[in-house]
Write a protein that binds this ligand. Structure first.
Ligand code: F6P
Length: 542
């Protein structure tokens, strides 16, 4: 692996620093005044996604230097290493090959002697066969009734992808079936998910890469008890439980026949797994054909990322602008606002993708970074957010760059709804960029005592991402765009975007504490706060 100079010592980074003196002080109004074609010039289109990035606080020289920084940081080489199956996840010593999950059957990718594409398609065929049998009613429950309800049990990447994709593609889903998603170990999640379901018609998909995650296993055990209690026999489990995992031994130990297991591989990160067998619930919901379209969308963006010059490369441009906002404008958070109700779980999905990937404080060689890395991602579907937190985005003291996602056509055209929705996207981007000056307010006759309160400084960066209409293919391309953007940012920061050690400590500590909550007489040796909380819980739990 090539050793990179620390970020702040890279030549292009230092050049960016010197241009920032001037660019950082320039207002978006001025960028647009100087360049009347900016709105079309600073835009890109690939795989059905139109990106208008003109409302970012950059000029041509900034963009040139940002791409130079990508090059100097080894983005093209690391991208090629990822596609070649090299072990770029260094802290876990693993390849990172989610791109193989969506390669067409005609391709082959041999990694350490194994054609991973052939393996992927073997599993896809089994998934398609199973999904078709469930959808047609050929696969029946223990009493011979067809499956009407599918409950995916999983957490993190084994939940957020499936639930986001189900909601996003609900329009294409079987409306005579019910799909539910259980993730939280709070029993309420499971109890509410099944309270109106008929066990004879219910299929549980237990999704866990490791099959060792306590939340998922606890929910799966409760699901099995719920089913057996209603159907009266352990033997019923075989018709009502399937597993998605990389761990055959633990699936078998749990009591699920490995003939009903759909596998994947350690080179698929949890948060990069929605297009692996983890997407089984998605495939049952939308059908194999639509699932293949989703994969085609992912693959099309992979190819674009791999082969398009950096200047025309959507994920690279998206990433380098995000990096500029983080490193130079100092933005600590990023808003993702989909103006499409079907994408309501996209912000939650992207939170894991971005923050579990780039929320790291050491570089690949373990040195502490001396620059900020991954920002906080958050969001809500528009227009709801506009009537709550957008106040802070417009007039607060923090600059929050926002990705606004919109479609030219609605899947549910109804009266004026879609024009009203879209007018809000454009109006928000406009208001955030250009604001409203005191002079404009005075010209409009605003009373003097209101002026200071009503002035909007503007100069808030946004991207507008527009598609024609939300399809499975579009969703695949959109998610791949974010995946690769995260990768490019992580590469420039020099961090391992594919490990997640930070979530491990909490898991270990929780396991220790469980025993002390269950026995009321053990001595407590934690800190005084934890001891007091445990005592209070013990006193009151019964
Ligand atoms: O807790 C973090 C995590 O490891 C995620 O990275 C992962 O998506 C999630 O837990 C679920 O893990 P599994 O699929 O192994 O149950």
């Amino acid at each position: 692996m090539v050793t990179l100079a620390p970020l702040r010592q890279r030549r292009s980074f230092q050049q960016l620093q010197s241009t920032f003196q001037e660019i950082g002080a320039r207002h978006l109004r001025e960028f647009f005044d100087r360049d009347p074609d900016r709105g079309t010039r600073l835009s890109l289109e690939a795989e059905g996604i139109y990106l208008d990035y003109s409302k970012n606080r950059v000029d041509d020289e900034t963009l040139r230097l940002l791409l130079e920084l990508a090059r100097e940081s080894g983005v093209p080489e690391r991208r090629d290493a990822m596609f070649a199956g090299e072990r770029i996840n260094v802290s876990e010593n693993r390849a990172v090959l989610h791109v193989a999950l969506r390669m067409p059957e005609t391709r082959s990718l041999v990694v350490e002697g194994v054609d991973v594409v052939a393996e992927v398609h073997q599993v896809l065929r089994r998934m398609a066969d199973f999904a078709s049998r469930v959808r047609s009613g050929e696969w029946t429950g223990f009493t011979g009734r067809p499956i009407k309800n599918v409950v995916n049990i999983g957490i993190g990447g084994s939940d957020l992808g499936p639930v986001m994709a189900y909601e996003a593609l609900r329009y294409y889903s079987r409306r005579d079936m019910t799909f539910r998603f259980v993730s939280n170990v709070d029993a309420t999640d499971f109890v509410e998910a099944v309270h109106d379901l008929d066990a004879t018609e219910t299929l549980f998909i237990v999704s866990s890469k490791t099959f060792g995650t306590i939340e998922t296993l606890t929910n799966a055990r409760s699901a099995r008890a719920w089913l057996v209690e209603r159907l009266g026999e352990e033997a019923a489990v075989a018709r009502h439980f399937v597993a998605v995992s990389t761990n055959e031994a633990l699936v078998s130990a749990f009591g699920i026949d490995t003939a009903n297991m759909f596998g994947f591989w350690d080179w698929v990160g949890g948060r990069y797994s929605m297009d692996s067998a983890i997407g089984l619930s998605t495939m049952v919901a939308i059908g194999p054909e639509h699932f293949y379209e989703l994969l085609e969308g992912f693959h099309a963006m992979d190819e674009h990322f791999r082969f398009a010059p950096l200047e025309e490369n959507l994920p690279v441009i998206h990433a380098m602008l995000a990096l500029w906002n983080r490193e130079f404008l100092g933005c600590e958070t990023v808003g993702v606002m989909p103006y499409d109700q079907y994408l309501k779980r996209l912000p939650a999905y992207l939170q894991q993708l971005t923050m579990e990937s780039n929320g790291k404080h050491v570089t690949l060689d373990g040195s502490r970074v001396d620059y900020p890395t991954g920002p906080i991602y958050w969001g809500e579907p528009g227009t709801n957010g506009q009537h709550s937190f957008y106040q802070l985005i417009h007039q607060g003291t923090s600059i929050v760059p926002v990705d606004l996602i919109d479609f030219a056509r609605s899947l549910n055209p109804l009266g004026q709804h879609h024009d009203i929705l879209t007018s809000n996207v454009f109006a928000q981007a406009q208001a955030l960029a250009f604001g409203r000056t005191a002079e404009e307010l005075r010209d409009q006759g605003a009373p003097e005592h209101e002026i200071a309160h009503r002035v909007m400084e503007g100069n808030r960066p946004t991207n507008v991402l527009m598609g024609d209409v939300l399809t499975p293919r579009f969703l695949g391309s959109l998610i791949a765009l974010y995946e690769h953007s995260v990768f490019v940012q992580g590469t420039v920061w020099g961090i391992d975007s594919y490990d997640q050690w930070g979530v491990e400590l909490g898991k270990v500590l929780a396991t220790t504490i469980i025993g002390d909550l269950e026995s009321s007489d053990s001595d407590l040796h934690y800190d005084s706060s934890t001891n007091a909380l445990i005592r209070r819980y013990r006193d009151r739990k019964n």
